[in-house]
Design a protein around this ligand. Structure first.
Ligand SMILES: Cc1cc2nc3c(=O)[nH]c(=O)nc-3n(C[C@H](O)[C@H](O)[C@H](O)COP(=O)(O)OP(=O)(O)OC[C@H]3O[C@@H](n4cnc5c(N)ncnc54)[C@H](O)[C@@H]3O)c2cc1C
Length: 478
């Protein structure tokens, strides 16, 4: 037994990291001190992310503040900058000035997930939307609404095709669920735009494989394909995106789609922080043993999407899914405790329970324990299962209420704008609203108001067309 506490440092607050911390917390070991580091102060429930983009759910209902989930774990909201495996120390940065701290550990858990990969396809990095984070979903939702607003105006008639063509790349779970839900959203709110007709909308799914949702097999993949087409989605299989410009999405069969919106869900890459580590990797994921430790490094463990975990039931490797990450987290917590206490470790052994996808309009597809489902039943199972998995009763209640309201009312298409409201900074005495103000003063006042309108329009236009958080420099009009 150690005379001082063992320090376990968990990097990453996604499914793998948070569930590992929860497991440590559940076991309440007085000899172990846990610290969790995550960039955001919340845990994101990714399976419901497309419901945010499609306005089915309120934007914060699928996230939980980490501090509400973990009461006895030290939480550090910051960025992992570097990991020194020799010194057993991790440098993290935080705050407005990104100052750094060094956190030391006895056991390090790498649970940093993966990031989106654009495969160096021209234009993607600058222009494509992604579907990985909460802000991705909010930005996409804003983009859809912004385009409908713009397309409805007479002066945008020449740009209507580009404004109303939405392309999603990737026919896996994230891509199919995203296209299905945004297609429903767009068609549901379209009647509120008097100048827009359903035939003006073009929603395109581009997928390199023979059929979509290949993880579920050909029969269900083709079923999902048929349902999407029936609802107006154009599914283009055996096709890849080859480039994106401001006005076009180019496909490798030579097609050029006039579109200002591409959502990229077609590639994942290992987390760059993990990539820098000098330890065995395959396809960028950290190779771990069946006990979830990095074989060549004592005290270093990896789970979730950043780890390549052997699947003892198939002889292959575990897929990067939340259901695996959560199970790995439990075994990891057991094994770290076992290592500290010198007791036997457990190998990770888990057979995939199944997979379900929602494909819009209360329809789903899925395979659970080898049984295939499709239609309303699959959708109902999707909702039921993920609802029970969503952490915390508060969020479960909020999501259930949102789903109920979604049945009773039409979708909310309020656009969340990021720029602050128009402001001005001039001495109060300089503004004279009285009717006795001289014509020259009134003219000067009118000029100021015009400038405010101009600046406001400029910022709004920028927010529509850019995804950067940084607003352009104001030309300093005031
Ligand atoms: C849209 C979408 C839908 C999905 N649907 C399903 C589904 O229905 N079922 C299913 O099983 N799986 C689904 N998945 C996959 C599932 O989300 C992942 O397999 C799972 O999130 C992996 O968990 P993780 O903890 O390894 O990684 P993540 O959940 O990605 O967590 C990694 C965490 O590390 C943090 N991080 C990364 N780098 C740093 C850094 N340098 N400093 C600080 N923090 C950092 C990130 O912010 C993040 O919080 C979906 C994924 C997406 C994107």
């Amino acid at each position: 037994m150690h005379d001082k506490k063992s320090r376990v440092l968990i990097l990453g607050g996604g499914f793998a990291g948070v569930y590992a911390a929860l497991e440590f917390e559940r076991r309440k070991d007085p000899d172990i001190e846990i610290t969790l580091v995550n960039r955001d102060n919340f845990f994101l429930f990714t399976p419901m992310l497309h419901e945010i983009a499609a306005s089915d759910l309120d934007i914060t209902n699928i996230v939980n503040p980490v501090r509400k989930m973990l009461r006895h774990v030290d939480f550090f909201a910051g960025d992992v900058e570097s990991i020194d495996l020799e010194k057993r120390a991790v440098v993290v940065s935080h705050g407005f000035d990104h100052h750094t701290h060094t956190l030391e550990y006895d056991h390090l858990v790498l649970a940093l997930g993966s990031i989106t990969n654009f495969f160096k396809i021209p234009g993607l990095e600058e222009r494509a939307f992604t579907m990985k984070s909460l802000s991705d979903a909010i930005q996409l939702r804003n983009r859809l609404i912004g385009h409908l607003e713009e397309a409805d105006t007479e002066c945008a008639a020449k740009d209507r095709e580009g404004l109303l063509t939405f392309v999603v790349a990737g026919g896996g779970f994230a891509g199919v669920e995203t296209i299905a839900s945004i297609n429903d959203f767009l068609r549901d709110v379209l009647p509120f735009y008097p100048n827009l007709k359903p035939e003006m909308l073009r929603v395109v799914l581009v997928h390199p494989g023979e059929y979509i949702l290949s993880e579920l097999g050909e029969k269900l993949g083709r079923y999902a394909d048929g349902k999407l087409r029936h609802r107006g989605v154009e599914v283009r299989c055996k096709t890849r995106v080859s480039g994106v410009t401001q006005r076009e999405v180019q496909l490798d069969d030579g097609t050029r789609l006039t579109s200002f919106t591409l959502v990229w869900t077609a590639g994942a890459s290992p987390n760059p922080t993990v990539d820098l580590l000098d330890c065995p990797k395959e396809r960028g994921r950290l190779q771990v043993s069946e006990f979830l430790d990095v074989r060549t490094l004592s005290g270093v463990w990896a789970i979730g999407d950043c780890a390549l975990v052997p699947d003892l039931t198939t002889g292959e490797f575990c897929p990067p899914t939340a259901q695996h990450a959560v199970r790995e987290a439990k075994v990891l917590a057991h094994n770290i405790r076992a290592e500290i206490r010198g007791t036997p470790k457990k190998p990770f052994k888990f057979r995939t329970l199944g997979q379900l996808a929602s494909i819009g309009r209360r329809t789903g597809v899925g395979q659970v324990l080898g049984i295939r489902f499709s239609g309303f039943l699959a959708w109902f199972l999707w909702r039921g299962i993920y609802w029970t998995k969503l952490p915390r009763v508060e969020k479960k209640v909020r999501v259930a209420i949102d789903w109920l309201l979604d049945v009773l009312f039409t979708k909310d298409f309020t656009q969340f704008m990021r720029p602050r409201a128009a402001v001005i900074s001039i001495p109060a005495a300089a503004i004279d609203f009285s009717p006795i103000a001289s014509p020259t003063e009134r003219e000067a006042q009118r000029e100021k108001i015009n400038r405010i309108h101009h600046e406001s329009a400029r910022l709004n236009h920028y927010a529509h067309n850019n995804q950067s958080d940084t607003l352009p420099e104001s030309p300093g009009i005031f």
